[in-house]
Structures are given as C-alpha cells and as structure tokens.
Unconditional design. Structure first.
Length: 326
C-alpha cells in the first residue's frame, strides 16, 4: 500500500508539473507548429499601418480592452448572439476599431496553418507590431494563448478602466489584474496616440457637477478651446478629438507634458496628478523617451499575460468573431 500511495502521489505531482508548464506562454511558441505565423503578421502590419497610422492606436486599445475583461483571450472580438450581448456591444466598446484588420490577418495565418494560431495571439502580436510600425516601442510577446468562448457585455463595466475613473478606482482595477501603480501610469502613456469622441468628455466640459460647470482640474484655456473649436455642444456625439494634440500618430512622451499642463483629455488622465507617487513616475518618463519606451515595453508584456488561457483551456477559433461550435 505504501508503494502504491507513493506512486499515486508521484503521478499527481507530474500531472501538476505538466499543467504548470502548459500554463506558461513562451517566445516562439509557434516555431514548430507554424514557423511563418509571426512573420505573416509582421509583414501585413508593415504593409498597411504606414498608410493608416491611426489604426495603431485602435489596435492597441483593442488589445487593452480585451485583456482587462476576462483576460487576454480575444473575447472582445466575439459577435453577440440571439441570447447573449458580447463585450464588443457594450457601451464602452462601441467605438472600438480594427476588428476587420485582425480578421484579415487571422485568415492569412489560417491559410498557412489551419487551427493552430489563436486570435488572442494574433491580437497581441498585431498590437505590438502596429505600435512599432509608427516608431513606438517594441516589446516581447510570448505566445501560446488560447481563445475564450465566453464574452459578456456586463463584464466590461465590472473590469474595464473608464475615462471618468479616479485614481483609487483605477488602482483597484489595475491591481485586480496584477498590474501596479507604475503600470497604470506607464500604460496611460498610450494616450500619446489616438483619438477620442466629444461625448467622452462632454460632462467634463459642460456639466461636471450637474450645475453646468467645467471640471476645474482642466486647464481653463484648453477647456475654452475645446468648447469653441471642437466640442461645441454637450450633445456632440460625433466630433473626434486628438488625445495628444499635434502628435496623435507619434509615440512619444508629449502625453505626459499635456498631463502636467492639466491638459489631459480624460479625468483618468488628470487624476494622475493627484498623488506624489504618480507625479514622480510622470516626471521620470519626461526625462527620456527611450526610458519611457523601455518602461512601456515591460508593462505591455505584463498586460499581455493577464489571465491567459493556455494548454487545453478555451479553443483556437477558426474565425475570430465566432466560437467554433456555433
């Protein structure tokens, strides 16, 4: 009985070890199964992003919105069904772009290696390559993610950081997915590229406390400029605004300059000035663009590993918008 018990324990330990090994992402995961996968993604991005640089911000945002809700499992790419409203159709995600771009890349990879490369890995690699294609930082993307089969709009409101969140709420949401205060400030630096809609800041400009006032933490000259030349009405739902005026397609530290001048577009940008710790992190980024790039790379690699599905979890979708059994 003693030897049998020992053997059972040994088997259990080996299974646990194998499971632990499978749960780890790794660089070059597809080297044997689909050696051309990453090059196919890189080539497509390099061919198209220079002609549509604004897509880099959209694809990075898509990756961020995916990872914060149920982990980096491409659940944000799934369509709603007759019985379920998916993440992409929740209010915070209605302005997401880049779905067709990801689906096109997925089709190219599928043609090369059917059923091998996950949509989650395609999204993670595409976000990295797109940012790098416009002169931004390059970061490691270990692969081996699998795709989730569940996507619920309600989960978005529970997990996704919002433009109106204060520092306490942001810290909580980042900590919930294993990211710290430094990651919060560094990843906010992604606002150096891209655009937003007037509807996102309408309340901040026109009715901050419900009395027809403007957020006092927003530079008054900037606020006036926004109201007279961009967002001329609280009901403007269509006008686009640069997150980092003058350099929305350039990945640099100018976003932090805007924040220091109290010209961060969102309340979530302005709140980075409300603590000594976050102000210190901002000051450090302003010392060196390359330093910021290095920090951003580290934080993106961490973010890309949030609650990933590996091994036998989830599936490898044939099409990113639908699960395989639908």
């Amino acid at each position: 009985m003693g030897s049998q018990s020992y053997f059972k324990v040994l088997i259990i330990c080996l299974v646990a070890l194998i499971g632990s090994t499978q749960a780890q992402l790794q660089l070059g995961f597809y080297t044997q199964k689909c050696p051309k996968a990453e090059q196919i993604i890189y080539n497509f991005v390099r061919e198209h992003i220079p002609h549509a640089p604004s897509l880099a911000a959209a694809l990075l945002r898509l990756h961020f919105h995916d990872c914060f809700v149920t982990g980096c499992d491409a659940s944000v790419l799934l369509h709603s069904t007759g019985t379920n409203q998916a993440e992409k159709d929740s209010l915070p995600n209605l302005t997401l772009r880049g779905f067709g771009f990801i689906e096109k890349i997925k089709s190219l990879v599928e043609a090369e290696c059917p059923g091998v490369v996950s949509c989650a890995d395609v999204l993670a690699l595409t976000a990295r390559d797109s940012v790098h294609a416009i002169g931004g930082p390059y970061w490691n993307v270990p692969t081996g993610r699998r795709d989730g089969v569940i996507s619920r709009a309600a989960d978005v409101f529970l997990s996704l950081p919002a433009p109106f969140h204060n520092l306490t709420t942001l810290i909580t949401l980042f900590n919930d997915v294993g990211l710290d205060l430094n990651d919060l400030v560094i990843l906010s630096g992604a606002h150096t590229i891209g655009i937003s809609h007037c509807s996102t800041i309408a309340t901040r400009l026109y009715n901050f406390t419900g009395k027809g006032d403007t957020d006092p933490t927003l530079d008054s000259e900037y606020a006036t400029n926004l109201k007279t030349s961009k967002c001329k009405s609280i009901n403007d739902n269509t006008t686009l605004i640069e997150m980092d005026p003058g350099s929305r397609n350039t990945f640099d530290v100018s976003y932090y300059n805007q924040v220091v001048k109290r010209r961060g577009l969102f309340q979530s940008d302005a709140t980075l000035l409300t603590s000594f710790a976050t102000r210190s992190i901002i000051a450090k980024q302003l010392q060196s663009t390359q330093g910021f790039f290095a920090e951003f790379a580290k934080s993106m690699e961490k973010m890309g590993q949030i609650k990933v599905k590996t091994g036998t979890q989830g599936e490898i979708r044939k099409h990113c918008a639908v699960v395989n059994f639908s």
